[in-house]
Write a protein that binds this ligand. Structure first.
Ligand SMILES: Nc1ncnc2c1ncn2[C@@H]1O[C@H](COP(=O)(O)OP(=O)(O)OP(=O)(O)O)[C@@H](O)[C@H]1O
Length: 646
């Protein structure tokens, strides 16, 4: 279908004004101020343990739901099987311990040789199991990260949501960090800690029985009497692990809060660095490097202060974790020594007791060993789940307050019906707007700076929900929005010009024509160059790219917000004349301040501040030449002035 074909199918543009009075609010009614939305207090940066379990179950449920969850379930099952086989191997190794040291104690050469070969057989099997476990564990980390990233990306990039999340505050800040670093940490720590916990639980169940039965050989002599305490060595292990865990909790508790603080400061620093880089030109022109250096220094100091506090807390915790490990070497020997010295335990059996104690105690020590990691993991879970929560709260908040209804227009036109636009805090920006734009019209919206033109533009696009009334729009696939600074995706110029379509959809010939028509001929040979085009092209050239896109996509409705602000008069006229030639019949709604723009429009709507707030006023103004335009505008202004005064 050619440009002409697409535009011929539409009806001739009806030049209609809003209503007979030209006033957007014929009844003279003033709508009540919308209620100020309730603001939730900012999060204090902590989730209680019960909340943590809930968050984790929600995240886990989301991860294993549907087809995408199967690889995670399969890998988890494989790891579980390997762990079970590993337990059997560990028990076998413990039994070998007894036989080997007994052979040594009895100086039994042939038995020693047999046990020597048995050892290699057992560790051969155990080694293979550990390698397989490591491999599956790494795969599981990748799968969890992939799944979690997909979940967050999908909900973040729902139409308009990433933009609106910018209003939520701290909870949804630094989405880059949440979807990159926090997702990675979440995947890695969840896998490592989860598998570790499972392994510890299995070790505990397996060796507690072994240790319990071996405990019957340990007889204590108290006041000359023999005392046999059932499961004596198990109780020693439990008591020892209990002391270690309590001390670890007391000393290491601040780590959770300190980790969260550190991540938050790191994110702030990274965001500030990226911002400085993005605005390097503006900063250089203002010679603002010294100021920026000071700001960055302050942020760096926050990071370093938080890291220093964290290092101190970690060092204090090392007293407990390392000391606990060293003392654990002698605790089982000392505890079981009475059995050995009373000759109820052989040396081999003593070694079996030590081995089983070490396993039980290391299983119970899971918490001590992993405390810093658990603190890190909690921070990552906290940040990921906060982000998910912020997204769902955005929807719920939206449902609580009256919103602008953006609905399809039954006749595929554009209309504002008793539209009131507010800020998120309830302050009204546009008090009243009622207007209709018919197919084929070219309507200009003007108004003083800050009167709400761009906010209206966002509301039409469905990005600005705060307010009430209705905006009825033509079909989404017929619309194209052109902000002042067009978005240029990463990649080559071809992709930037074809955006949001794929380059394969357009022939070189069509792209070449669009470039020539929009004054970008010099770039025809660089279509496939992979550069940072938003830095390489001037703003005026970027605006030309946005017009070239129009020639490729031929939308039936075009919405422009200062889309020609960086162009010279000649270029602006040449590009706006597209709507009278190649794109004739396209309906245009544009916001502009620039001289000369009005001549390309068939009607003007004005946002005017009145005593009752900013309102939208409309007049039909078909302007053919400069002189008529000036006369018309003077007359228009006089009559509006009169109506406002009246
Ligand atoms: N994200 C935001 N948060 C809070 N207030 C906002 C936000 N965006 C706009 N506003 C406020 O809404 C009002 C209207 O802003 P808007 O950008 O729509 O004005 P405008 O008419 O397009 O101005 P200009 O002609 O200068 O571009 C202003 O008072 C502005 O401060």
């Amino acid at each position: 279908m050619t440009i002409k074909d697409r535009h011929d199918i539409r009806a001739a543009p009806p030049l209609v004004s809003l209503n007979p009075t030209g006033d957007a609010n014929p009844d003279g009614l003033r709508l009540e101020d919308p209620p100020a939305p309730e603001r939730k207090p900012e999060s204090k940066g902590r989730i209680p343990p019960s909340g943590m379990i809930l968050e984790l179950s929600i995240l886990s449920g989301a991860m294993i739901k549907g087809k995408g969850g199967w690889p995670i379930i399969r890998l988890s099952a494989a790891i579980l099987l390997i762990l079970a086989c590993n337990m059997v191997g560990q028990v076998r190794l413990n039994v070998w311990n007894g036989a080997f040291f007994d052979a040594l104690e009895h100086r039994n050469g042939p038995d020693f040789i047999t046990q020597f070969w048995n050892f290699f057989l057992i560790i051969g099997v155990l080694l293979s199991l550990v390698v397989a476990q490591t491999w599956f564990q790494e795969l599981l980390k990748i799968r969890i990260r992939e799944r979690m990233s997909h979940i967050l990306l999908d909900s973040w990039l729902e139409p308009g949501r990433a933009y609106r999340l910018g209003f939520v505050g701290e909870k949804a800040s630094a989405p880059d960090q949440r979807m990159q670093e926090d997702c990675r940490l979440f995947a890695e720590f969840t896998t490592e800690l989860g598998v570790g916990l499972l392994q510890s639980a299995m070790l505990l169940l397996t060796f507690i029985a072994v240790l319990w039965s071996l405990s019957s050989y340990v007889v204590l002599k108290i006041n000359g009497e023999d005392w046999r305490i059932p499961g004596y060595m198990v109780w020693v292990a439990v008591a020892y692990a209990g002391i270690g865990s309590t001390l670890t909790w007391l000393v290491g508790r601040p780590l959770i809060r300190l980790n969260t603080q550190r991540y938050s400061h790191e994110a702030g620093l990274r965001f500030a660095l990226v911002r400085v880089n993005d605005n390097a030109e503006g900063i250089a022109l203002y010679k603002g490097e010294r100021d920026e250096r000071q700001n960055l220094e302050a942020m760096l100091q926050h990071v370093l202060k938080a890291t220093r506090k964290l290092s101190g807390a970690l060092a204090r915790l090392t007293w407990i974790t390392s000391g606990y490990g060293w003392v654990a070497i002698v605790v089982p020997i000392i505890a079981a020594a009475p059995g050995y010295f009373s000759q109820r335990l052989t040396f081999g059996e003593l070694m079996m007791v030590v081995g089983a104690f070490t396993q039980v105690q290391s299983a119970l020590r899971y918490f001590v060993d992993n405390f810093p990691k658990i603190a890190d993991w909690r921070s990552a879970v906290f940040r990921v789940s906060m982000f998910r929560r912020a997204i769902s709260e955005l929807e719920q908040e939206g449902a609580k307050f009256e919103q602008i209804a953006v609905e399809p227009h039954p006749e595929q036109k554009l209309s504002f019906e008793n539209l009131v636009i507010s800020l998120i805090d309830g302050q009204t920006v546009i008090e009243q707007a009622t207007a209709e734009v018919g197919v084929g019209e070219r309507v200009l919206i003007t108004g003083a700076s800050g009167s709400g033109k761009s906010t209206l533009f966002r509301a039409i696009a469905g990005l600005w929900p705060w307010g009430r009334g209705a905006i009825r729009t033509p079909p989404l696939e017929q619309q194209m929005f052109m902000p002042q600074r067009p978005y240029l995706p990463l990649g080559n110029l071809r992709a930037a010009i074809c955006y949001p379509g794929h380059p394969s959809e357009f022939s070189d010939e069509v792209i070449g024509f669009a470039l020539q028509r929009c004054g970008l001929t010099e770039f025809e040979t660089q279509l496939d160059a992979d550069l940072l085009w938003d830095k390489r092209l001037s703003l005026g050239q970027q605006q030309r790219v946005a017009f070239a896109r129009l020639l490729l996509h031929k939308p039936l409705w075009v919405f422009m917000d200062e889309a020609t602000s960086a162009l010279d008069d000649e270029a602006q006229s040449s590009l706006l004349s597209l709507f009278e030639n190649e794109l004739a019949g396209t309906t245009v709604l544009s916001i502009a301040h620039r001289q000369g723009v009005e001549a390309f429009h068939t009607r003007t709507l004005r946002l005017i501040r009145t005593e009752e707030g900013t309102r939208l006023f409309g007049r039909r103004s078909v302007v053919k030449d400069g002189r008529r335009a000036i006369v018309r505008r003077l007359l228009d202004q006089l009559s509006w002035f009169g109506s406002v005064q009246g």
